[in-house]
Design a protein. Structure first.
Length: 143
């Protein structure tokens, strides 16, 4: 697996389950944000870092394709990576796998916009791009 792909682990809790007895669709969006934040933190780009440089990320759009359901107690692995970056935006992709059978449960993408302290789109700092190396060709898989 590429070093630029981050893996985030989740165990499905009761609070994620809906009336259909599987993970509720909106929970995936929260997990996407959690995985993106954990990836950022792992690279040293914490809330404190962004406060110091006067920047932040906001989501412009989310896309999710649900392939198979996840259930209470399932251990999931979320792979996330940056697939492309432009002047003030980046595309972050996600793949949700069930650990036990390596089934791909969902694929997702978020378009993130980098904002300066005045809340306007701003050029992504080079120090972020040096660690967030885009990989347009990565195909998600579990080892």
């Amino acid at each position: 697996m590429s070093q630029i792909v981050y893996e985030y682990k989740i165990t499905v809790s009761q609070s994620a389950i809906d009336t259909n007895m599987h993970v509720n669709n909106v929970v995936y969006v929260q997990w996407m944000q959690d995985a993106a934040t954990a990836h950022s933190d792992s690279l040293g780009f914490t809330t404190e870092f962004y406060d110091k440089i006067g920047g932040t990320w906001v989501a412009r759009s989310h896309y999710i394709e649900y392939l198979k359901p996840a259930f209470l107690g399932d251990e999931l692995i979320v792979q996330t990576w940056i697939s492309s970056a432009k002047r003030s935006s980046s595309n972050r992709e996600y793949a949700f796998f069930r650990k036990s059978d390596k089934a791909l449960l969902a694929r997702a993408k978020t378009v993130w916009i980098y904002l300066n302290k005045s809340g306007k789109p701003s050029r992504i700092p080079d120090e972020l791009l040096e660690k967030y190396i885009p990989d347009e060709s990565y195909e998600p898989k579990l080892s």
